[in-house]
Design a protein around this ligand. Structure first.
Ligand code: GLA
Length: 342
């Protein structure tokens, strides 16, 4: 379906995926953005559990990455610079001195080529993007494919593949904002993170390189805790969580990373991933200045993000898992969002 047009006349399409249980996901070719996701609660009542705009105009304005695919490198690269195989690369900086979420025009702001796929257990959409050599300062032509599958088991699966013709850093994620109760804030949502460590950051949100235990700190979500219960105790008062958690399970390729529950609806979101980390962001920069779908004003903590990923600023930390992709290799990454209710 036609979703609108860019200033240069490019048409943006919207695709609808529906499963056997009436769940619906809507995806647009701009940014490969998930614009709607309708999920049943414990009584079977559907609600749209992701933040987003009413129309394309909203996404073309100041969007805090609502629902988008993030790349070439998710999260921050300190000073927008890195050295690879002895050569220094300078990136577009868009977060003070740093590069954030791919730079000035990341994968969230490009047009993807979409094609619906036939699958036996649900509905799927394939999206492709060719990121040219030098785009935002990154080396190599990078071919990226993202497949969204809405399964009949009430899962939204995201599969990423990428190949390059020159060595380049790559770290892909999806930046959906969740509110399982479609309520004003997520402060009362219960969250469990299967992570005994996190990567502490400086005041500009760049990791120090330390891998620190969460035990005994307000960072600890190893047992379910309301998101809002310890915000006032956070070190340096950053206004909420915006941290990369190091997933404990290093054995199973696809492992449970997080489980969140909306107390009003009983909707539960489990996130399973092949990635080593997850950025837990508690919607700290939302401030009531955005009015989204259905006329809802998004106040601080209106939603949370769980961005499965390799660790932020990995290019500067040899002790973090590498994000360098080389010619001849294929990056493969899977994240499954599994919806339940109790
Ligand atoms: C990520 C970053 C945050 C913020 C949000 C979007 O979670 O770590 O600092 O940029 O994306 O606003």
């Amino acid at each position: 379906m036609n979703y609108g047009q860019l200033a240069d006349g490019t048409t943006i399409d919207s695709y609808t995926l529906t499963n056997r249980n009436g769940m619906t996901a809507k995806v647009i070719t701009y940014g490969a953005i998930i614009t709607e996701l309708w999920v049943p609660d414990r009584k079977g009542q559907l609600a749209d559990v992701v933040l987003g705009f009413e129309n394309l105009q909203g996404y073309l304005g100041e969007s805090p990455y609502f629902g988008a695919i993030i790349g070439r490198v998710a999260n921050r690269i300190a000073a927008g610079k890195f050295t690879l195989d002895g050569k220094e690369y300078n990136l577009a900086t868009n977060d003070g001195p740093h590069s954030l979420h791919g730079g000035a025009k990341g994968f969230d702001k490009v047009v993807w080529q979409a094609e619906p796929l036939q699958v036996s257990n649900g509905a799927a959409l394939q999206l492709k993007y060719l990121s040219p050599d030098g785009e935002e300062g990154y080396p190599g032509n990078l071919k990226v494919t993202v497949v969204y599958t809405l399964t009949n088991e009430n899962e939204l699966k995201i599969e990423y593949t990428a190949q390059t013709d020159k060595a380049t850093p790559v770290n892909l994620t999806n930046h959906s904002y969740w509110n399982l109760d479609a309520s004003a804030t997520i402060l009362d949502h219960q969250l469990r993170l299967l992570a005994e460590h996190f990567t502490p950051v400086d005041e500009t949100l760049i990791p120090t390189g330390v891998i620190a235990p969460v035990a005994g700190t307000p960072m600890d979500f190893t047992t379910p805790m309301p998101i809002g219960s310890r915000l006032d105790q956070l070190k340096g008062n950053p206004g909420g969580y915006d941290h990369n958690y190091v997933l404990t399970d290093k054995k199973n390729p696809l492992k449970l990373a997080a489980r969140a529950r909306g107390p009003i609806s009983g909707r539960v979101l489990e996130i399973w991933t092949t990635e080593p980390g997850v950025q837990f962001y508690s919607g700290n920069f939302l401030d009531g200045s955005i009015t989204g779908k259905y006329g809802r004003v998004y106040e601080k903590h209106a939603a949370f993000c769980l961005e499965t990923q390799h660790f932020p600023d990995a290019v500067h930390h040899p002790n973090f898992p590498s994000i360098i992709l080389r010619p001849g290799e294929t990056l493969m990454s899977t994240t499954v969002h599994r919806f339940l209710s109790d």
